[in-house]
Design a binder for this molecule. Structure first.
Ligand code: ZN
Length: 306
């Protein structure tokens, strides 16, 4: 082989090597671009590039609301499938009595310290536990559809508000009847719950009247509103908290205007079996027979501010 042909061969080899190198680089570049596009594609499906930021910024606003809305249906007492006869199947079982909707507040069970539910404004400055806002509103609207106006005149009360109600009544008795402080307090306690012992602290109780009948007394029993509530309140999870024949157990006089949210299952069971909340909770914990020794004539007398 001549020197010139040797050089020519070497050039050819070099040219082929360069061609292969270029081809390899082109392939690698192409592969790289393809990989890049794939990654970009995946990223795009997971998080829209442009809308990504606003969407992410929205998330903190959305999730807490969802979290607030989601729990109530699960926490409610009304979890039994439809078709189960409430008289036979109450929402019993371990912990059933611990449901938020079955919290018991009375003379023997003052409101737990620091208890403050999320509140929602129902009308005017009247607020209720946010978890009963919907059922209460549905009940009021259902009554309205039947031609009955239910006026919610009282809902959640703070400890301080109850102190105010109690103290005003006590001072009134001291000033108008000349009672000593001790006597005035004892007398007030016959009609008004001590601060901490009022069910209104729970935000689960409402006092209902009508635009025509505004008194908080037994006359409410004769109103169309009461007749409607007697039939329908349980369907929205509400019961009469202080029934006529349960004063010895509840420690509170009959209050046909005071309704308490307990959940629909509990409300149906309580109504069908003519129970008060104390008896129902006793039943959940101990089963029948309920201690219904309600005829001894309790001497505790609470008025419309219980
Ligand atoms: Zn009340």
């Amino acid at each position: 082989m001549s020197q010139s042909s040797k050089i020519s061969m070497q050039r050819k080899h070099r040219r082929r090597r360069v061609t292969l190198l270029l081809l390899g680089m082109a392939l690698l570049t192409g592969f790289g671009i393809w990989i890049g596009m794939m990654i970009a594609g995946i990223t795009q499906t997971e998080m829209p590039a442009e809308e990504g930021l606003p969407a992410m910024a929205d998330i903190p606003d959305v999730s807490p609301v969802d979290a607030d809305i989601a729990p109530p249906p699960d926490d409610n007492a009304d979890t039994a499938p439809e078709g189960i006869t409430p008289q036979i199947q109450p929402p019993a079982g371990p912990g059933a009595a611990d449901l938020w909707s079955l919290i018991l507040v009375n003379k023997a069970n003052p409101i737990p310290g620091g208890y403050l539910p999320d509140l929602e404004n129902i009308t005017g400055d009247i607020m209720v536990d946010a978890r009963i806002f919907d059922p209460l509103l549905r009940m009021v609207n259902a009554a309205k559809a039947d031609g009955i106006t239910l006026t919610i005149i009282s809902g959640f009360r703070t400890y301080e508000q109850q102190v105010g109600i109690f103290e005003r009544r006590k001072q009134f008795l001291i000033e108008t009847e000349g009672l000593t402080e001790a006597l005035a307090e004892a007398s007030t306690a016959l009609y008004i719950a001590f601060p901490g012992e009022s069910e209104h602290h729970t935000g689960l109780a409402v006092d209902i009247t009508t635009p025509v009948y505004t008194e908080l007394d037994e006359g409410f029993e004769d109103t169309h509103a009461f007749a409607w509530l007697s039939v329908n309140a349980k369907d929205y999870g509400f019961v009469i908290r202080y029934p006529k024949d349960k004063t010895a157990i509840t420690g509170i006089e009959y209050e046909p205007w005071h309704y308490r949210y307990v959940g629909t299952d509990a409300a149906h069971f309580i109504s069908s079996n003519n129970l008060c909340l104390e008896e129902y909770l006793d039943f959940l914990q101990n089963g029948w027979p309920v201690d219904a020794d309600g005829d001894d004539g309790g001497d505790e007398d609470d008025g419309d501010n219980s």
